[in-house]
Every structure is written in structure tokens, then in C-alpha cells.
Design a protein. Sequence first.
Length: 190
Amino acid sequence: MGFKKLETKFLGRKIIYHKKIDSTQSEIFRLIEKGKIKNGTVVIADIQTNGKGTHGRTWRTDEKNNIAFSFYINTDCDIKDLEGLTTEIAKIIVDIFKTKYKIKVNIKKPNDLIINNKKVGGILTQTKTLNEKVKYIVIGIGINTNKENFTDDIKNIATSIKNEFGIEVDREEFITEFCNHFEKEILGVR
């Protein structure tokens, strides 16, 4: 999996791809524990069997070609500097869908992506702090882009881009765009 249009200095320069994994977020934390992670590493999965959502919920990625990825950012900033980070990430995602696909995705603050009052995606931001300094950030993003089948327990509250608009989102193109925007707009890397 190569991201040809990646314009970043470090985000997404190391990509780890899994056909099937418990969670991209959990995989990043395992790599951190082993000391085998580089700044900007992105972990992508086709299928997540136990994806992480907020408040300990599970994010289901049980069909291929949806967006499920996490990434690692090494930092040394004050925790207050990260206020609003999740919402800023959501704004980047909304802008990509608007610009590239001409569709409107709404934000239910701080971390849900909504279409027609149904959840289409979410963002999970986790940090490691030491003495009020954030040492690293792990961000997970899950978006139902091409998912067509929803179980009875979520079919009334969840949807996908494909179900709502009948279009397929190119995962590689989306993640590339996201990395390019995140590095420039959030991290200020030029």
C-alpha cells in the first residue's frame, strides 16, 4: 500500500497495513510498549474485530474498504494546547468530504461524524501525559464509507457514505488527504 500523493514530512511515511486486526488503536499502543514506533506511523486495517470507540465502546469495521486507521504523534506540549484537537480533526474530515466528494458531513461535538442524524464515523484521541506535558498522542479514525450491512442494534443510528449518497470513497486517497491536511493545519509543518 503506497500513498503516492502524500506531501507530508513524517505523518504517514511509515504505514503498517493489516487485513484483519483487533484494533488499529491497540496496535499502536503495542508498538509503543515494544519501543518499535516512529513518529507519524499510521496503522490501517480492512477489518477490526474489536475497534475502539469513546467511553469504552466498540467501533465495528467488519466489511472491507471502510476507513479504519490510527496514527502516532510524538510531542512535548502542555495538555491545554490540545483543547479542541478532536473537533479540529473532525473539521478536516468534513472539509475533505465537502471538497473531494461534494457531500455534507456534520460534526456532533466533540468526536462524532453525522449524516442525516445517523453516525457515519468517529474520532478517538488518547494521550500519554507526564507532569502536565503530553508525551504522545494516538488518534484513531473510523468512518463507514462503503459499509452496507448494519446489525439490528445499530441500523437506526448508524449509516455509511455509500448508503446515503451511493458513492464509493477511495480509502487511500482519503487517508492521504487527511495526513496532508493534519500535518499542515494542526501540526504547522511546512
